[in-house]
Design a protein around this ligand. Structure first.
Ligand SMILES: C[S@@+](CC[C@H](N)C(=O)[O-])C[C@H]1O[C@@H](n2cnc3c(N)ncnc32)[C@H](O)[C@@H]1O
Length: 253
């Protein structure tokens, strides 16, 4: 996975434990889509356009965006998430192309898509350097003028609001999920979370990158995107949708 991970294999345990918002048929995921879909759709190009759901996970948005009339492709690095998305696709008769892939090294040709989605705070998995690689790939596979809709967590807003909690209780489906935030690394901009899985009687650590819209927007600017709009995200109180458009010529290197 990404070099950010100091704890190999944690992501699979994390999504196994904290599946609530990431599996399309859970209440938490449906609430995300109900809120987020109308905000997202108004920025997408005309129906029938080709849309890449980058880091699609189990496809929380993918199938609803398809239902709204778009030709969908989904890519995620985790075979387990992609397996869940493919099973759902088969069940509902989706025509989406869904495959395992690395967002930093996409196997699609240049200018293959009209829009790219990057949703659900996937940014937390990527260092600044790695996100630049991901967004360079998104730039490459988008047609000129193509749109990228990202949904990121604004950690700085969370910290400044005073609502940040070092010990977090976030029930996920029937599961009680606790995590303790530790080891802030100011050089890298990361923090670790220690998760306690009471069902399986295990604990594990994961490493997350801290993000804020202005850092994301700066990377997009460097890669060659133009900032278009920002609105409230649907991934908790501190998420934002950031909408960018691919300029036909890179303005910066
Ligand atoms: C927070 S989840 C969001 C999933 C989905 N977009 C959603 O909104 O529910 C982040 C996803 O990024 C995926 N991911 C992390 N690194 C990746 C990479 N290098 N390439 C592709 N997917 C990656 C993880 O496997 C995970 O499914």
């Amino acid at each position: 996975m990404n070099e950010l991970d100091q704890f190999p294999g944690w992501a699979e345990k994390f999504y196994d434990l904290y599946f609530g918002p990431y599996l399309p048929n859970t209440e938490a995921a449906q609430a995300r889509v109900e809120q987020g879909l109308p905000r997202l759709l108004k920025h997408l190009p005309k129906k029938g356009s080709r849309v890449l759901d980058l880091c699609c996970g189990a496809g929380v948005y993918l199938f609803d965006v398809e239902k709204a009339g778009f030709a969908m492709t989904g890519v995620d690095i985790q075979a387990k998430m992609i397996g869940a998305a493919q099973r759902r696709a088969a069940k509902i008769g989706s025509r989406a192309r869904i495959a395992v892939g690395d967002a930093m090294d996409l196997k699609f040709g240049d200018a293959s898509f009209d829009a790219v989605l990057f949703l659900g705070a996937a940014t937390g998995h990527f260092s600044v350097q790695h996100l630049r690689r991901v967004m360079s790939e998104a730039y490459r596979v988008l047609k000129p003028g193509g749109v990228l809709v990202a949904e990121i967590n604004d950690h700085v807003a969370l910290f400044l609001s005073g609502m940040y909690q070092r010990i977090l209780y976030e029930p996920s489906g029937e599961k009680d999920v606790f995590s303790l935030h530790t080891n802030y690394d100011g050089e890298k901009g990361t923090f670790n979370r220690l998760f306690v899985d009471l069902d399986k009687n295990r604990r594990f650590k994961g490493s997350f990158q801290i993000w804020a819209p202005w850092i994301f927007n700066h990377i997009m600017d460097e890669v060659g995107f133009e900032f278009k709009a920002s609105e409230a995200g649907a991934f908790g109180n501190f998420s934002r949708f950031l909408i960018h458009r691919k300029l036909s010529k890179r303005t910066r290197k």
